[in-house]
Design a protein around this ligand. Structure first.
Ligand code: GLN
Length: 282
């Protein structure tokens, strides 16, 4: 029994912005009818069956209540891969692709199979997109959250990257054996200061606070990662970290104080310095 209005009316009568309504509806068309997104146009007179219509109403309510689209769909595209995501992990952001590209650029210059470390891997976004783009790379990824690691491992399995990526539980470098050394260390740690009003707005309200803020000035995790890097970098190895749009100067200073050389601030597509990198002396 068809109970809904035609698709075009579901979209135009929906309380959500049309682009969001289309994303949710495309998801349901794929799930219930194995139809591609283009069916939103080519079959716009189609009605949803009772089960799909109930789910539509449920998804719209969740979104109206502010839940991020990525959690509602259970997935998010990042770099060249798709990751499963849920409330236990940060939703990967497009800004973070800059960090992946910096790591890949460095990897391309190495003449032996690179060893890469991703600290605070969350969904595995950075580690897995590097492993995916660079089949010779071996990647170690750590996170202190067991829930996050379970999601990252699930992603590694569905992307067929379990041979290349290893996941360890612990805070920053804690889980590594002492002698491990890497060509590249990357991290997108929690860097939002605890007083920042953004933490109680938009998608961030639904994401794990431990993935967003250091519960302090915003710089403490960055500092721990930068100051611990020397021991785990090969001579000449590169560390690159993401930070907030107003933290570039502080992070560059932290890298210089630690004795890293060739310290650079990197601009994202929006023109903000969002990544800093430095190198261990050769
Ligand atoms: N590395 C993951 C990402 O960039 C998680 C980061 C985090 O939880 N702060 O998406």
């Amino acid at each position: 029994m068809s109970v809904s209005q035609p698709l075009r009316e579901l979209i135009s009568n929906c309380s959500l912005p049309a682009n969001e309504a289309r994303i949710l509806l495309a998801h349901l068309l794929e799930k219930h009818y194995q139809l591609p997104r283009s069916a939103l146009l080519s079959r716009d007179d189609m009605s949803l069956n009772e089960q799909a219509f109930q789910e539509w109403e449920n998804l719209v309510t969740r979104r109206v209540n502010g839940e991020p689209i990525a959690y509602i769909l259970g997935k998010k595209g990042f770099h060249n891969i798709e990751l499963q995501v849920g409330p236990g992990v940060l939703i990967p952001r497009p800004e973070t692709e800059l960090l992946v590209d910096i790591a890949l650029n460095e990897i391309a210059k190495l003449n032996k199979p690179p060893r890469v470390l991703d600290l605070g891997t969350g969904s595995g976004a950075i580690a897995l997109s590097i492993a995916n783009a660079s089949p010779l790379a071996s990647v170690v990824a750590t996170d202190q959250s067991a829930e996050a690691l379970a999601i990252a491992i699930k992603n590694a399995k569905s992307l067929n990257l379990t041979k290349q990526a290893q996941f360890l539980q612990g805070s920053w470098y804690e889980a590594l054996i002492q002698q491990s050394q890497f060509d590249v260390i990357v991290s997108n740690p929690p860097y939002i200061p605890n007083q920042d009003p953004h933490l109680s707005q938009g998608d961030l309200r639904f994401e794990p606070s431990s993935a967003l803020t250091d519960y302090g000035s915003g710089l403490s995790c960055l500092q721990a990662i930068i100051s611990g890097a020397d021991k785990f970098l090969k001579p000449g190895g590169l560390i690159a970290v993401e930070h907030g749009f107003d933290q570039s100067e502080s992070v560059v200073d932290l890298m210089k104080i630690t004795g890293l050389i060739d310290v650079q601030a990197h601009l994202d597509l929006a023109g903000h310095c969002r990544v800093a990198s430095g190198r261990k002396r050769p």
